[in-house]
Design a protein around this ligand. Structure first.
Ligand SMILES: Nc1ncnc2c1ncn2[C@@H]1O[C@H](COP(=O)(O)OP(=O)(O)OP(=O)(O)O)[C@@H](O)[C@H]1O
Ligand SMILES: [Mg+2]
Length: 317
Protein backbone atom coordinates (compact mmCIF):
# COMPACT_ATOMS: atom_id res chain seq x y z
CA UNK A 1 0.00 0.00 0.00
CA UNK A 2 1.34 3.38 -0.93
CA UNK A 3 -0.21 6.56 0.43
CA UNK A 4 1.64 9.36 -1.37
CA UNK A 5 1.32 13.08 -0.82
CA UNK A 6 1.09 15.56 -3.67
CA UNK A 7 3.18 18.76 -3.93
CA UNK A 8 0.75 20.70 -1.74
CA UNK A 9 1.02 18.02 0.94
CA UNK A 10 -2.50 16.72 0.35
CA UNK A 11 -3.06 13.00 0.76
CA UNK A 12 -3.30 11.31 -2.60
CA UNK A 13 -5.50 8.26 -3.24
CA UNK A 14 -4.03 5.00 -2.04
CA UNK A 15 -2.26 2.80 -4.52
CA UNK A 16 -2.22 -0.99 -4.32
CA UNK A 17 0.07 -3.32 -6.20
CA UNK A 18 -0.94 -6.95 -6.58
CA UNK A 19 1.27 -9.58 -8.18
CA UNK A 20 -0.41 -12.69 -9.59
CA UNK A 21 1.63 -15.90 -9.72
CA UNK A 22 1.19 -19.65 -9.62
CA UNK A 23 3.37 -22.71 -9.64
CA UNK A 24 1.94 -24.13 -12.86
CA UNK A 25 1.36 -23.02 -16.44
CA UNK A 26 -2.07 -22.51 -17.95
CA UNK A 27 -4.00 -22.25 -14.68
CA UNK A 28 -5.51 -18.84 -15.46
CA UNK A 29 -3.05 -16.23 -14.12
CA UNK A 30 -3.43 -13.96 -17.15
CA UNK A 31 -7.19 -14.53 -17.34
CA UNK A 32 -7.55 -13.53 -13.68
CA UNK A 33 -5.22 -10.52 -14.01
CA UNK A 34 -7.18 -9.18 -17.00
CA UNK A 35 -10.66 -9.73 -15.61
CA UNK A 36 -9.87 -8.72 -12.04
CA UNK A 37 -8.60 -5.50 -13.61
CA UNK A 38 -11.92 -5.01 -15.39
CA UNK A 39 -13.89 -5.85 -12.22
CA UNK A 40 -11.95 -3.21 -10.25
CA UNK A 41 -12.65 -0.65 -13.01
CA UNK A 42 -16.36 -1.43 -12.68
CA UNK A 43 -15.99 -0.33 -9.05
CA UNK A 44 -14.74 3.05 -10.20
CA UNK A 45 -11.04 2.32 -9.73
CA UNK A 46 -8.27 3.35 -12.11
CA UNK A 47 -6.37 0.20 -12.95
CA UNK A 48 -3.18 -0.71 -14.79
CA UNK A 49 -2.45 -4.34 -15.65
CA UNK A 50 1.16 -5.23 -16.36
CA UNK A 51 2.32 -8.28 -18.27
CA UNK A 52 5.53 -9.24 -16.49
CA UNK A 53 5.57 -12.75 -17.92
CA UNK A 54 9.08 -12.51 -19.33
CA UNK A 55 8.74 -15.66 -21.39
CA UNK A 56 5.34 -15.83 -23.04
CA UNK A 57 3.46 -12.57 -22.70
CA UNK A 58 -0.17 -12.66 -23.80
CA UNK A 59 -2.17 -10.46 -21.45
CA UNK A 60 -3.24 -8.18 -24.30
CA UNK A 61 -5.03 -11.13 -26.00
CA UNK A 62 -7.08 -11.77 -22.86
CA UNK A 63 -8.14 -8.12 -22.88
CA UNK A 64 -9.12 -8.37 -26.54
CA UNK A 65 -6.53 -5.87 -27.79
CA UNK A 66 -3.89 -6.34 -30.52
CA UNK A 67 -0.21 -6.53 -29.55
CA UNK A 68 0.62 -2.93 -28.55
CA UNK A 69 3.54 -1.28 -30.40
CA UNK A 70 5.34 -0.47 -27.14
CA UNK A 71 5.90 -2.85 -24.23
CA UNK A 72 8.01 -3.74 -21.22
CA UNK A 73 10.57 -4.94 -23.74
CA UNK A 74 11.21 -1.34 -24.86
CA UNK A 75 11.89 -0.40 -21.25
CA UNK A 76 14.14 -3.38 -20.57
CA UNK A 77 16.15 -3.51 -23.81
CA UNK A 78 15.53 -0.49 -25.97
CA UNK A 79 16.31 2.43 -23.70
CA UNK A 80 12.77 3.59 -22.93
CA UNK A 81 13.40 5.93 -20.00
CA UNK A 82 10.15 5.61 -18.15
CA UNK A 83 7.82 2.65 -18.17
CA UNK A 84 4.93 5.13 -18.44
CA UNK A 85 5.67 5.46 -22.15
CA UNK A 86 4.55 1.84 -22.63
CA UNK A 87 1.06 2.46 -21.20
CA UNK A 88 -1.61 1.42 -23.71
CA UNK A 89 -5.33 2.11 -23.61
CA UNK A 90 -7.43 -1.06 -23.65
CA UNK A 91 -10.73 0.46 -24.78
CA UNK A 92 -12.14 -0.41 -21.34
CA UNK A 93 -12.67 2.82 -19.39
CA UNK A 94 -10.00 3.38 -16.72
CA UNK A 95 -8.04 0.27 -17.66
CA UNK A 96 -4.55 0.61 -19.11
CA UNK A 97 -2.09 -2.10 -20.05
CA UNK A 98 1.66 -2.48 -20.15
CA UNK A 99 2.26 -5.32 -22.57
CA UNK A 100 4.95 -7.92 -22.00
CA UNK A 101 8.09 -9.29 -23.48
CA UNK A 102 8.05 -12.01 -26.13
CA UNK A 103 10.42 -14.90 -26.62
CA UNK A 104 13.47 -13.49 -24.89
CA UNK A 105 14.77 -16.52 -23.11
CA UNK A 106 17.85 -14.71 -21.86
CA UNK A 107 15.54 -12.39 -19.99
CA UNK A 108 13.60 -15.09 -18.23
CA UNK A 109 15.92 -14.67 -15.27
CA UNK A 110 16.91 -10.99 -15.06
CA UNK A 111 19.48 -9.61 -12.60
CA UNK A 112 18.33 -8.34 -9.20
CA UNK A 113 19.09 -4.69 -10.10
CA UNK A 114 16.94 -4.90 -13.22
CA UNK A 115 14.12 -6.56 -11.28
CA UNK A 116 14.19 -3.78 -8.71
CA UNK A 117 14.24 -1.12 -11.44
CA UNK A 118 11.25 -2.71 -13.20
CA UNK A 119 9.31 -2.94 -9.94
CA UNK A 120 10.26 0.63 -8.95
CA UNK A 121 8.91 1.95 -12.24
CA UNK A 122 5.77 -0.19 -11.98
CA UNK A 123 5.21 1.11 -8.43
CA UNK A 124 5.48 4.71 -9.62
CA UNK A 125 2.64 4.35 -12.14
CA UNK A 126 -0.44 6.42 -11.45
CA UNK A 127 -3.42 4.18 -10.65
CA UNK A 128 -5.53 2.96 -7.74
CA UNK A 129 -4.64 -0.66 -8.45
CA UNK A 130 -1.76 -2.12 -10.40
CA UNK A 131 -2.03 -5.84 -11.12
CA UNK A 132 1.10 -7.58 -12.33
CA UNK A 133 0.89 -10.92 -14.15
CA UNK A 134 4.13 -12.67 -13.19
CA UNK A 135 3.83 -15.63 -15.48
CA UNK A 136 4.55 -19.23 -14.68
CA UNK A 137 7.07 -21.02 -12.67
CA UNK A 138 9.20 -21.22 -9.62
CA UNK A 139 12.24 -19.36 -10.83
CA UNK A 140 14.03 -16.86 -8.56
CA UNK A 141 12.75 -13.95 -10.68
CA UNK A 142 9.11 -14.90 -10.14
CA UNK A 143 9.76 -15.30 -6.40
CA UNK A 144 11.52 -11.93 -6.28
CA UNK A 145 8.76 -10.07 -8.12
CA UNK A 146 6.23 -11.79 -5.87
CA UNK A 147 8.14 -10.58 -2.82
CA UNK A 148 8.93 -7.07 -4.09
CA UNK A 149 5.26 -6.41 -4.86
CA UNK A 150 4.38 -6.88 -1.16
CA UNK A 151 0.91 -8.11 -2.14
CA UNK A 152 1.49 -11.48 -3.73
CA UNK A 153 -1.55 -13.46 -4.82
CA UNK A 154 -1.05 -17.01 -5.97
CA UNK A 155 -3.46 -19.01 -8.00
CA UNK A 156 -4.22 -22.69 -7.65
CA UNK A 157 -6.55 -24.97 -9.58
CA UNK A 158 -8.07 -28.01 -7.87
CA UNK A 159 -5.93 -30.63 -9.67
CA UNK A 160 -3.37 -32.50 -7.56
CA UNK A 161 -0.47 -31.32 -9.75
CA UNK A 162 -1.45 -27.68 -9.31
CA UNK A 163 -1.79 -28.20 -5.54
CA UNK A 164 1.61 -29.89 -5.30
CA UNK A 165 3.15 -27.00 -7.19
CA UNK A 166 1.35 -24.53 -4.95
CA UNK A 167 3.04 -25.94 -1.87
CA UNK A 168 6.38 -25.94 -3.66
CA UNK A 169 5.76 -22.35 -4.73
CA UNK A 170 4.95 -21.16 -1.19
CA UNK A 171 7.92 -22.99 0.25
CA UNK A 172 10.20 -21.63 -2.51
CA UNK A 173 9.05 -18.05 -2.19
CA UNK A 174 9.41 -18.20 1.57
CA UNK A 175 12.95 -19.58 1.41
CA UNK A 176 13.80 -16.97 -1.24
CA UNK A 177 12.56 -14.27 1.12
CA UNK A 178 15.05 -15.46 3.72
CA UNK A 179 17.78 -15.67 1.09
CA UNK A 180 17.23 -11.98 0.26
CA UNK A 181 17.32 -11.07 3.96
CA UNK A 182 20.83 -12.37 4.70
CA UNK A 183 24.36 -11.57 3.62
CA UNK A 184 25.88 -14.52 5.49
CA UNK A 185 27.23 -16.86 2.80
CA UNK A 186 27.01 -19.92 5.05
CA UNK A 187 23.34 -19.24 5.63
CA UNK A 188 22.83 -18.63 1.89
CA UNK A 189 24.41 -22.00 1.16
CA UNK A 190 22.01 -23.76 3.57
CA UNK A 191 19.04 -22.02 1.94
CA UNK A 192 20.29 -22.97 -1.51
CA UNK A 193 20.49 -26.61 -0.39
CA UNK A 194 16.97 -26.36 1.06
CA UNK A 195 15.57 -25.01 -2.24
CA UNK A 196 15.97 -28.51 -3.66
CA UNK A 197 12.99 -30.37 -2.24
CA UNK A 198 14.99 -33.63 -2.19
CA UNK A 199 18.01 -32.18 -0.41
CA UNK A 200 20.21 -34.68 1.47
CA UNK A 201 19.84 -32.69 4.72
CA UNK A 202 16.13 -33.50 4.74
CA UNK A 203 15.16 -29.81 5.01
CA UNK A 204 11.48 -29.66 4.07
CA UNK A 205 9.79 -26.95 6.07
CA UNK A 206 10.74 -23.44 7.26
CA UNK A 207 11.21 -24.81 10.79
CA UNK A 208 13.66 -27.48 9.47
CA UNK A 209 15.54 -24.68 7.76
CA UNK A 210 15.48 -22.45 10.83
CA UNK A 211 17.02 -25.28 12.87
CA UNK A 212 19.88 -25.63 10.35
CA UNK A 213 20.44 -21.86 10.14
CA UNK A 214 20.42 -21.66 13.95
CA UNK A 215 23.43 -24.03 14.01
CA UNK A 216 25.60 -21.58 12.04
CA UNK A 217 24.09 -18.18 12.87
CA UNK A 218 21.69 -17.87 15.83
CA UNK A 219 21.09 -14.14 15.31
CA UNK A 220 19.98 -14.60 11.70
CA UNK A 221 17.72 -17.51 12.71
CA UNK A 222 16.04 -15.23 15.26
CA UNK A 223 15.54 -12.48 12.66
CA UNK A 224 14.09 -15.02 10.21
CA UNK A 225 11.70 -16.33 12.83
CA UNK A 226 10.49 -12.87 13.81
CA UNK A 227 9.77 -12.01 10.17
CA UNK A 228 7.54 -15.04 9.62
CA UNK A 229 4.33 -13.37 10.80
CA UNK A 230 4.71 -10.45 8.37
CA UNK A 231 4.57 -12.76 5.34
CA UNK A 232 0.94 -13.28 4.36
CA UNK A 233 0.46 -14.27 0.73
CA UNK A 234 -3.04 -14.44 -0.70
CA UNK A 235 -4.67 -17.33 -2.47
CA UNK A 236 -7.33 -17.73 -5.19
CA UNK A 237 -8.75 -21.09 -6.30
CA UNK A 238 -9.48 -20.96 -10.05
CA UNK A 239 -11.52 -23.37 -12.17
CA UNK A 240 -13.53 -24.78 -9.25
CA UNK A 241 -16.21 -27.14 -10.57
CA UNK A 242 -18.22 -27.36 -7.34
CA UNK A 243 -18.36 -26.00 -3.82
CA UNK A 244 -16.05 -28.70 -2.48
CA UNK A 245 -13.36 -27.61 -4.94
CA UNK A 246 -14.04 -23.96 -4.15
CA UNK A 247 -13.45 -24.63 -0.47
CA UNK A 248 -10.12 -26.28 -1.13
CA UNK A 249 -8.58 -22.91 -0.32
CA UNK A 250 -9.35 -23.49 3.35
CA UNK A 251 -7.52 -26.82 3.23
CA UNK A 252 -4.49 -25.22 1.54
CA UNK A 253 -4.53 -22.55 4.23
CA UNK A 254 -4.58 -25.17 7.02
CA UNK A 255 -1.76 -27.19 5.46
CA UNK A 256 0.40 -24.06 5.13
CA UNK A 257 -0.25 -23.12 8.73
CA UNK A 258 0.41 -26.64 10.05
CA UNK A 259 3.46 -27.66 8.01
CA UNK A 260 5.05 -24.34 7.10
CA UNK A 261 3.92 -22.03 9.91
CA UNK A 262 2.81 -19.61 7.17
CA UNK A 263 -0.51 -17.78 7.30
CA UNK A 264 -2.36 -17.33 4.01
CA UNK A 265 -5.36 -15.15 3.21
CA UNK A 266 -7.88 -17.02 1.10
CA UNK A 267 -9.44 -14.41 -1.20
CA UNK A 268 -12.00 -16.70 -2.81
CA UNK A 269 -12.69 -18.94 -5.79
CA UNK A 270 -13.54 -18.61 -9.48
CA UNK A 271 -15.77 -21.24 -11.04
CA UNK A 272 -14.87 -23.28 -14.11
CA UNK A 273 -16.77 -22.20 -17.23
CA UNK A 274 -16.18 -23.41 -20.78
CA UNK A 275 -17.08 -19.90 -21.98
CA UNK A 276 -13.71 -18.72 -20.65
CA UNK A 277 -12.07 -20.93 -23.26
CA UNK A 278 -14.46 -19.67 -25.94
CA UNK A 279 -13.80 -16.01 -25.13
CA UNK A 280 -10.03 -16.63 -25.30
CA UNK A 281 -10.50 -18.37 -28.67
CA UNK A 282 -12.39 -15.36 -29.96
CA UNK A 283 -9.69 -12.99 -28.65
CA UNK A 284 -12.22 -11.15 -26.50
CA UNK A 285 -12.18 -10.10 -22.85
CA UNK A 286 -14.36 -12.53 -20.89
CA UNK A 287 -16.10 -9.69 -19.00
CA UNK A 288 -17.13 -8.04 -22.27
CA UNK A 289 -18.87 -11.19 -23.53
CA UNK A 290 -20.20 -12.69 -20.28
CA UNK A 291 -20.71 -9.85 -17.80
CA UNK A 292 -23.60 -11.61 -16.02
CA UNK A 293 -21.97 -15.03 -15.70
CA UNK A 294 -21.26 -16.78 -12.38
CA UNK A 295 -17.54 -16.54 -13.17
CA UNK A 296 -17.82 -12.75 -13.52
CA UNK A 297 -19.64 -12.66 -10.16
CA UNK A 298 -16.86 -14.69 -8.51
CA UNK A 299 -14.28 -12.25 -9.86
CA UNK A 300 -16.35 -9.27 -8.71
CA UNK A 301 -16.46 -10.78 -5.19
CA UNK A 302 -12.67 -10.96 -5.17
CA UNK A 303 -12.46 -7.39 -6.50
CA UNK A 304 -14.59 -6.25 -3.55
CA UNK A 305 -12.10 -7.88 -1.19
CA UNK A 306 -9.20 -6.18 -2.96
CA UNK A 307 -10.75 -2.80 -3.57
CA UNK A 308 -10.16 -1.54 -0.06
CA UNK A 309 -6.59 -2.73 -0.45
CA UNK A 310 -6.71 -5.04 2.52
CA UNK A 311 -7.29 -8.26 0.61
CA UNK A 312 -9.84 -9.51 3.14
CA UNK A 313 -10.65 -13.17 3.27
CA UNK A 314 -13.48 -15.17 1.84
CA UNK A 315 -15.64 -16.70 4.54
CA UNK A 316 -18.24 -19.42 4.34
CA UNK A 317 -21.86 -18.35 4.36
N1 LIG B 1 -12.21 -20.18 -14.66
C1 LIG B 1 -11.91 -20.82 -15.81
N2 LIG B 1 -12.81 -21.64 -16.40
C2 LIG B 1 -12.52 -22.30 -17.54
N3 LIG B 1 -11.36 -22.20 -18.19
C3 LIG B 1 -10.42 -21.40 -17.65
C4 LIG B 1 -10.64 -20.67 -16.45
N4 LIG B 1 -9.51 -19.95 -16.19
C5 LIG B 1 -8.64 -20.23 -17.17
N5 LIG B 1 -9.19 -21.10 -18.05
C6 LIG B 1 -8.56 -21.68 -19.25
O1 LIG B 1 -7.18 -21.76 -19.06
C7 LIG B 1 -6.52 -21.20 -20.17
C8 LIG B 1 -5.21 -20.61 -19.74
O2 LIG B 1 -5.45 -19.41 -19.04
P1 LIG B 1 -4.30 -18.32 -18.87
O3 LIG B 1 -3.66 -18.04 -20.17
O4 LIG B 1 -4.88 -17.20 -18.11
O5 LIG B 1 -3.31 -19.17 -17.95
P2 LIG B 1 -1.88 -18.73 -17.43
O6 LIG B 1 -1.76 -19.33 -16.07
O7 LIG B 1 -1.70 -17.29 -17.56
O8 LIG B 1 -0.96 -19.51 -18.44
P3 LIG B 1 0.63 -19.31 -18.73
O9 LIG B 1 1.29 -20.09 -17.65
O10 LIG B 1 0.82 -19.90 -20.07
O11 LIG B 1 0.91 -17.85 -18.67
C9 LIG B 1 -7.50 -20.19 -20.76
O12 LIG B 1 -7.26 -20.00 -22.10
C10 LIG B 1 -8.81 -20.86 -20.51
O13 LIG B 1 -9.09 -21.75 -21.58
MG1 LIG C 1 -0.24 -16.19 -18.64
Amino acid sequence: MDKEKDKKGKQKREKHIWAIAGGKGGIGKSFVTANLGIALCERGKRVIVVDADLGAANLHTLLGVPQPPLSLDDFIRRGMRNIKAALTETGIPNLQLIAGVHDILTLSNPKQGLKQKIMRHISSLDADHIIVDLGTGMSPHVFDFFLISENGIFLVTPEPTSLENAYRFIRGVFFRRWMNMTTNNNVKKIIETAMDGNNPEGIKTPSDLLAQVGKVDKETATIFKKGMSTFRPRLIINQARNRKEAELGFAVRSVCRKYFGIELSFLGHILYDHNVYLSVQRGRAFFSDYPSSDVAECIRDIAVRLSDGKGLEWSLS
